[in-house]
Design a protein around this ligand. Structure first.
Ligand SMILES: NC(=O)c1ccc[n+]([C@@H]2O[C@H](COP(=O)([O-])OP(=O)(O)OC[C@H]3O[C@@H](n4cnc5c(N)ncnc54)[C@H](OP(=O)(O)O)[C@@H]3O)[C@@H](O)[C@H]2O)c1
Length: 375
């Protein structure tokens, strides 16, 4: 039997956008979530968007009932796409089910601690079962992989060795967050960022990273992404990777200082637990809320990557632009799922976009969704 694509979290904001892309593309996704009533309504609403002979179907699964998530997967050819977050709270059942089934898995997390878990713990388990795990396969952190792969290639073509890669994630226009993004950010406050330093992943507060684009200085706050794990696979001479988020604009330095204070406080005995229990209360209270299509059109993706040699000289600088972060995330999740479903991925374990699909297919797939290099 040919594999199926399961869209877990389809009734949420990002899940619905993703399900729409899948239905329009004729992927006949299984819409999965915890409410049968919401799934029936959604399936009816989306059915008209795609080919009449490839309608979506639905199945109930609850992230807090791992057996129900396992029951979504019936074949190693299946692909489980999940937008059920915050992932530190709700993400385990899906990734573990995909590993057990040896199938494809794509998630929308942006949470550094969950990303690190997928690469360090789940990846080796997935290699043993043949599962392919694509974590953080949205605005965070796919465009940075694209920009960095181009920047590494530019440096190599110039005969230079790219030892250091710095990546900055920005949004042009106002950043309007979904309910899920807000809950996930709340879940990140007591997690210190990590970076790749001299070939080793280590927790670090890091420094604000600055980039010059369009005659303007853009500042990014250090964060743990996928690039720390994936870029040394693109080029084994890459020893240092720094990734930053620039949503805070001119407040980036202040936000970095405040985050450091929260991290420090959360590491004090008893305080981390209080921070986390506060998070548990705010997360998951409201779902499915986010910017409408007109508001999303007011923002777009801008991501920068820069390489340096071992003594800090800049070698290359690449800018990629694309659609609004939420539309881009939906397109990327659906594209990653289609590539896995159609047997266009290689390797097993926790994969980055370049090692899973190769540079040519990755660049072409991104270009089709409007994510491409401009400089
Ligand atoms: N990396 C990126 O660039 C990027 C972009 C967008 C989103 N995200 C992340 O994706 C996640 C979802 O965001 P969102 O905006 O879609 O949030 P959302 O609208 O709050 O959706 C959350 C979804 O999780 C579901 N859910 C919650 N608890 C569940 C459980 N126990 N079992 C099954 N489903 C459960 C909700 O179901 P109900 O509908 O039944 O409430 C809802 O469908 C967040 O972690 C967000 O940070 C990342």
């Amino acid at each position: 039997m040919a594999g199926r694509v399961i869209c877990f979290g389809a009734t949420g904001f990002t899940g619905r956008l993703t399900a729409e892309v899948m239905v329009r593309a004729g992927m006949a996704p299984v819409l999965a979530g915890r409410s049968a009533e919401a799934l029936v309504d959604l399936t009816g609403e989306l059915a008209g968007l795609g080919p009449i002979d490839r309608p979506p179907t639905w199945q109930v699964a609850d992230a807090q009932d791992p057996d129900s998530v396992r029951a979504l997967l019936t074949s190693p050819d299946d692909v489980l796409v999940t937008t059920v977050g915050p992932f530190l709270r709700f993400g385990s059942a899906a990734v573990e089910a995909a590993i057990d089934a040896g199938c494809g898995y794509v998630d929308s997390t942006g949470e550094p601690t969950f990303i690190r878990r997928v690469f360090e713990q789940d990846g080796p388990a997935a290699e043993r079962t043949g599962a392919r795990l694509l974590t953080a396969f949205g605005y965070d952190y796919v465009p940075g992989n694209l920009a960095a792969a181009h920047a590494i290639d530019d440096a190599r073509r110039a005969g230079r060795v790219p030892s250091v890669v710095e990546v900055g994630y920005f949004v042009r226009g106002a950043m309007h967050m979904s309910s899920g993004t807000r809950a996930s950010i709340a879940g990140m406050v007591d997690a210190p960022p990590f970076a790749l330093r001299n070939g080793v992943i280590a927790a670090t507060r890091g420094e604000v990273i600055t980039f010059d684009v369009e005659s303007r200085e853009w500042q990014a706050m250090p964060v743990g992404g996928t690039e720390h794990f994936t870029l040394p696979r693109v080029d084994s001479d890459v020893r240092d990777v720094h990734v930053g988020l620039g949503w805070a604009g001119k407040w980036t330095k202040a936000a970095h200082g405040a985050a450091g204070a929260v991290n420090a406080a959360a590491s004090m005995p008893g305080v981390g637990g209080l921070v986390r229990s506060g998070i548990e209360r705010v997360s998951g209270e409201e779902t499915g809320i986010g910017p409408d299509a007109a508001t999303r059109r007011e923002s777009s993706t801008l991501v920068v990557a820069r390489t340096r040699d071992g003594v800090g000289r800049e070698l290359s600088h690449v800018v990629v632009t694309g659609p609004s972060p939420y539309d881009l995330t939906a397109e990327l999740l659906a594209w990653g799922a289609a590539m896995l479903l159609n047997g266009r991925a290689r390797g097993a374990g926790a994969l980055g976009p370049v090692d899973a699909f190769g540079m040519d297919d990755f660049v072409e797939g991104c270009a089709r969704m409007g994510l491409h290099r401009v400089d």
